[in-house]
Design a protein around this ligand. Sequence first.
Ligand code: ADP
Ligand code: ADP
Length: 208
Amino acid sequence: MQFPDGTEALDNVSLALKPGEFVSIVGPSGCGKSTLLKIASGLVNHTAGTVDVDRNHLGYTFQDATLLPWRKVMPNVELLMELRGFPAAERRRIAKEQIDLVGLTGFENHYPKRLSGGMKMRASLARSLALNPSVFMFDEPFGALDEITRERLNDELIALFMRQGFTGLFITHSIPEAVYLSSRVVVMSRRPGRILKVYDVPFDYPRT
Ligand code: ADP
Ligand code: ADP
């Protein structure tokens, strides 16, 4: 993968996700993790190779929760459903469910600026979950949060994953976080990003 300015970001990276698994990608800053996710989600065009992702059933979240500041939580969570043309009543019903699921009940009418960083991430998760994605990609979603909030959200993410049954792809700088969350850890090298090694992570309870 080459950017227009000639930067060689990814070299010969091949990754296939099995339905229902949770895979993390770790590697140094600039190794191409975000580029890989952006290519998979269609936000960046790739210059070589092939991508096979069902984008109609894809959810993603990035480090900045990207909520619209002029919308309250409820209409922010409704946003992707709006773009897909869901009827208003259905949007509200689903948004309410997702807001409950991520623990934001009571904050429906708050503007993003009144939410903590962790709450913004919850709203961002709810917004994507509303489309009931079969594949969910996370680009360091909790990287900007304090450690306690981050650990809490990681636990909630595991619970969510087990309950919703999506396939997960998670980017992080943190090896402990990757090992904690996933059934497979992919380690990437410095730029241009290559896959150095893939580890299977054994669990003491079923997580696929
Ligand atoms: P990571 O997520 O692992 O930190 P990125 O995927 O963001 O890495 O970036 C991989 C490499 O590609 C870096 O060297 C970065 O500077 C470069 N890069 C990212 N986006 C662009 C772009 N739009 N144009 C040129 N180079 C880019
Ligand atoms: P626009 O091109 O009007 O700015 P967007 O970039 O918001 O539209 O969305 C483009 C497409 O990607 C839409 O079909 C939208 O549903 C989808 N999309 C945007 N963000 C997400 C997300 N976080 N999760 C899943 N799908 C998304």
